[in-house]
Write a protein that binds this ligand. Structure first.
Ligand code: MOS
Length: 737
């Protein structure tokens, strides 16, 4: 089924947070620090205040005091506007004017005098200051067996350091908030992956009760993690609206998107793998460091896969943070698995090369039949099928293992592969289903559609459960007043919101049909749910289809206006209580099963033998993600993940100027994301998978797994073509000259 919101999107009818027409709207522009460390001594705002159209200039000196949001991780907003500077691009003021242009012009008239201290935005030279996070997003350290004895027993070893750079999310839609007050009630259109979380943060920030805050966001133009928590600009917009007594719109510029809403932190991953002569892993050690800001403890859990992806008796996985004078890092698509899969899947390729074993065969020899970290069975795992079907489709058996042996039209050809994996998260959600007398259905759920297809799958789930045409179903989401659903992060929304909608829709169907089956004068008298078929709004007895009624007939006969049912879905005990915690979920709950999605990535690269330019020539990704709710949107998610993985492998990197602690390439001209010409034909194989444990709808989520393993597969293909092993991404041509 096509996207139900497709027409709205291509006609411009879909409204994003910054696009709502609000009367009497004023415009705000942020002022951000140009130093990375020190203190604002003085802000001369006199010229700005006198500039045309200016309504107010708010700085640390005159801001109404507000508390820090208490829902961690909360960015770097110790105070909304703070003279104490801990990173370049920190919010120090906001100008509100009649128009955006006037606010922007005035913001540039502010003179700031700083007491500048020496900053350090790097982290690798201070690994000795590394510390274990106290409030990490999810536990990922892991230990089993005897690592030292295991490392000694190996016949061969890979002992290397892998590095990933700072990367940024760059959704097409920048963050935007329109905030307005009506007395003590706050309404905000806010670009967010979690309307409920945004509302909760605003309530805490302004000491309001939950029902005094209303956050609306019907369409999101990509989130990828940077809209997964509430950043300071959202309460700043609300504060500005309060100060000027008018609705205020605050949009981040693309440049501000590099300093104001998190980034993927750089990682240093020291991996030591040991294997016996047959390639069976005997020891695996992973020591991780990433930078975090002076005020947060954001950990990128790169070792999440090291602990469970392969069978290995002796494992030690540890994570540490190093403080730096940088903005707060945050979740970015497959946080942990994307950066971690680069090291583990490159190291496995190195091991295969050293042993002379086919890389795919090596992975099969180390196949994990259970989660050895949690010592639990998988709820389902179809990775062997993913390997097999991907390899067949790709033609992996045609690979000549000799380095540089394959060529095409004068170009070096390399084949590379990697395993993909991401947890199957599920968090509690509620939904309401309501039927009207004509048999039409309204579904309400406080989830959101990041562009992933939430509207579409919820429409399908409800239509299917109730037995009406999808055109009879309307879905309302993206509103904090609707029944609660989790932040759309950790690939959880299809499973979570989908299961809640399914439960509500099933309850509604039962309730409405119940009017007829309880009535001895109706054609459906006394029939149980299993004895009924419902199609296109007509309910009929399986045994005797002539006994039937439509939903509309039931409503007419029993004089009902509208009937509604609310239901919720939550993780069951088979998943374990701990898995419901933390905004990224986690795989190591004490429940009975580990729930994880798997896949396999195969790619071919073409490399100019002299210029060393790399082009990805084709891609086959094969995935088992539980039940596929909508093939088109599921494929698009996986496809998008691979596209971003190609960016991660070859292009993307935020560069720090070490002298000033400043990000240098804060724009899309200098921060390179893939364009169409960089992207080869991508083939997605959806491996059928049945999993009755993972969620009511049977889905594992598909938003993040697609990017995992991609950078490693490219690096492995480059090694196959050139013999050059690159252990730090992006793999730019200077690294393979
Ligand atoms: Mo995604 S990085 O879990 O929003």
């Amino acid at each position: 089924m096509d996207r139900v919101d497709g027409r709205l999107k291509v006609t411009g009818g879909a409204k994003y947070a910054g696009e709502f027409a609000v009367a009497n709207l004023a415009h705000a522009v942020l002022v951000q620090s140009t130093i990375a460390r020190g203190r604002v001594r003085e802000m001369d705002v006199r010229a700005a205040e006198r500039a045309p159209g200016v309504l107010a200039v708010i700085t640390y000196a005159n801001q109404p005091t507000t508390a820090r949001p208490t829902n961690p991780p909360s960015g770097d907003s110790k105070r909304l506007l703070d003279p104490e500077i801990v990173h370049s691009g920190q919010n120090i003021g906001v100008v509100i004017a009649e128009t955006f242009e006037e606010a922007l012009a005035a913001s540039e008239m502010i003179r700031v005098v700083y007491d500048t201290a020496k900053s350090d935005a790097t982290f690798e030279d201070r690994l000795d200051t590394g510390f274990a996070p106290k409030t990490g997003n999810r536990p990922a350290d892991s230990k089993r067996g005897d690592i030292e004895a295991g490392l000694r027993s190996g016949a061969t070893k890979v002992d290397q350091i892998y590095r990933t750079p700072i990367e940024h999310h760059n959704p097409m839609e920048p963050h935007a908030t329109i905030a307005m007050w009506k007395g003590e009630e706050l309404l905000a259109y806010d670009a967010t992956q979690g309307v409920a979380n945004s509302a909760q943060n605003l309530a805490e920030q302004f000491h309001l009760t939950p029902d005094q805050v209303h956050v609306i966001d019907p369409f999101v133009g990509g989130g990828f993690g940077c809209k997964g928590q509430s950043w300071p600009h959202t309460p700043i917009a609300a504060m500005a609206a309060k100060v000027v007594g008018r609705p205020v719109k605050l949009e981040l510029t693309r440049r501000q998107m590099f300093t104001s809403n998190g980034h993927r932190p750089p990682t240093r991953q020291a991996d030591t793998f040991a294997a016996d002569e047959h390639g069976k892993l005997v020891a695996l050690r992973h020591e991780h460091h990433n930078h975090t800001s002076q005020r947060d403890e954001f950990m990128e859990p790169t070792g999440s896969l090291h602990s469970l992806l392969y069978s290995c008796p002796n494992v030690l996985v540890s994570h540490k943070l190093v403080r730096a004078d940088v903005p707060a890092p945050t979740y970015q698509r497959a946080p942990g698995e994307s950066s971690g899969s680069f090291s583990i899947e490159t190291a496995m390729d190195e091991l295969a090369w050293q042993l002379g074993i086919d890389p795919l065969e090596l992975r099969l020899r180390n196949y994990a039949e259970k989660d050895e970290a949690g010592n639990k069975p998988w709820s389902s795992k179809s990775l062997r099928d993913c390997y097999r079907r991907g390899a067949e489709r790709f033609g992996w058996s045609e690979r000549n293992p000799k380095i540089g042996s394959m060529t095409k039209e004068g170009l070096l050809v390399g084949y590379g592969m990697a395993t993909a994996s991401y947890p199957a998260n599920f968090r509690a959600a509620a939904a309401k289903a309501r039927m009207y007398p004509d048999g039409r259905v309204l579904i309400q759920c406080g989830t959101q559609d990041l562009g992933t297809g939430t509207y579409t799958i919820l429409t399908q789930i409800a239509a299917d459960a109730i037995g009406v045409s999808p055109s009879f179903v309307r879905v309302e989401i993206g509103d904090s007043k609707l029944p609660g659903a989790p932040t759309s992060g950790g690939s959880c929304s299809a499973a979570s919101a989908g299961s809640a909608v399914m439960a509500a829709a099933q309850a509604l169907r039962g309730r409405v049909i119940g009017f007829a089956t309880a009535d001895e004068t109706s054609p459906l008298w006394n029939l149980g749910p299993k004895e009924l078929d419902v199609k296109e709004g007509r309910i009929s007895a399986k045994a005797d289809p002539s006994r039937s009624m439509t939903y509309a007939e039931i409503f007419a006969r029993y004089g009902k206006d509208a009937v509604e049912q609310t239901a919720s879905a939550q993780p069951g005990m088979e998943r374990g209580p701990a898995a419901a915690q933390g905004s990224q979920g986690g795989q190591a709950g004490p429940g009975g099963y580990t729930m994880q999605a798997f896949g396999a990535q195969f790619c071919e690269v073409h490399i100019d033998p002299e210029l060393r330019t790399v082009r990805v020539a084709r891609w086959v990704g094969s995935f088992a993600v539980g039940k596929v709710l909508n093939e088109k949107t599921c494929r698009s998610q996986l496809h998008g993940g691979i596209v971003w993985g190609i960016g991660m492998g070859l292009l993307e990197e935020t560069i720090v100027d070490p002298r000033h602690g400043r990000f240098l390439n804060t724009n899309l001209a200098e921060y390179h994301v893939p364009v169409n010409r960089d992207i080869p034909p991508i083939e997605i194989i959806l491996v059928p998978e049945e999993d009755k444990l993972v969620s009511l709808v049977g889905a594992k989520g598909a938003g993040e797994i697609g990017i995992t393993g991609v950078a490693a597969a490219i690096g492995n293909a480059i090694h196959h073509a050139t013999g050059k092993r690159v252990r730090d991404i992006p793999i730019t041509l200077d690294k393979i000259l």
